[in-house]
Design a protein around this ligand. Structure first.
Ligand SMILES: C[S@@+](CC[C@H](N)C(=O)[O-])C[C@H]1O[C@@H](n2cnc3c(N)ncnc32)[C@H](O)[C@@H]1O
Ligand code: SF4
Length: 241
């Protein structure tokens, strides 16, 4: 079994909450989020290897968990499942980051006990989705896929986070309200601070980073709808609302 990757980070303290993790960035994506700080790198770097070679390449001196990210990892279904299986055999907890377009991959991971933490991005209000991230699905289809992922995780007691990277001037509190109403049953909803420096679309590099207070205000709006925890993630840390 081969996997196509764009990179590995041996140690991250921010990608898997409360764990030191190694992050694997799988190559390729089916969206073009204009704010994405990974996409340019992902599209430019491509390395094919076996799962054994991949794990040999990771330095596990400090990490005790795995994050499968990208790019969009669910585009490489068999490879994702094999990575998760390999990690689990080695007693490493597994988190997957996804844009929500492939609930069947999440279902396979969840049903086979191969994942501990699922993080699903909800990019913007649903009527703007296709135009904003250039995906093939309609906003309604994306919404149903995300709801499906939440249901699958909840019914198997797997932690499911939904999250939105908030881009000022492009999004507003109506986006957050609609998203929060939709994903109200997730275990945690995170509003993430947009970092403009490496945005895929050059126009987005000119946008400001949202202020911590602005994000906390949005967090309070989200909290009116979300049943569980709401956090705001900034360069200064994570704040529970
Ligand atoms: C690069 S994506 C990869 C996983 C998956 N494709 C997705 O969209 O969730 C991982 C996380 O990085 C976030 N992200 C991307 N660009 C960002 C930026 N410029 N500033 C802050 N977070 C960003 C995404 O919103 C997502 O939560
Ligand atoms: S944020 Fe995720 S879905 Fe969007 S372009 Fe980047 S890797 Fe793809």
């Amino acid at each position: 079994m081969k996997v196509v990757i764009s990179g590995i980070v041996d140690l991250s303290t921010i990608d898997f909450p409360k764990k030191a993790s190694a992050v694997i960035f799988l190559h390729g994506c089916n969206m073009k989020c204009p704010y994405c700080h990974n996409l340019k790198h992902i599209l430019q770097h491509k390395k094919e290897m076996t799962i054994e070679e991949l794990f040999k390449d990771i330095d596990f001196l400090f990490a005790d968990a795995i994050v499968i990210s990208g790019g969009e990892p669910t585009l490489q279904k068999d490879a994702v499942i094999e990575i998760a299986r390999y990690a689990k055999k080695n007693n490493l907890p597994v988190k997957i980051d996804t844009n929500g377009t492939h609930p069947e991959v999440i279902e396979e991971l969840v049903k086979n006990d191969l994942v501990d933490y699922v993080a699903v991005d909800v990019k913007c209000r649903f009527d703007r989705y296709r135009e904003f991230v250039k995906c093939k699905e309609s906003g309604e289809e994306i919404k149903n896929k995300i709801l499906n992922i939440i249901d699958i995780c909840k019914s198997h007691d797997i932690f499911v986070e939904c999250r939105t990277t908030f881009v000022p001037r492009v999004m507003d509190e109506e986006d957050i309200k609609e998203i929060a109403k939709t994903v109200k049953n997730c275990d945690l909803y995170a509003i993430q601070q947009f970092e403009p420096k490496d945005a895929y679309d050059d126009e987005f590099k000119k946008l400001p980073m949202p202020k911590e207070n602005e994000l906390k205000k949005l967090g309070k709006i989200a909290k009116e709808y979300i049943k569980n925890v709401v956090v705001v993630r900034t360069v200064n840390g994570t704040f529970e609302i």
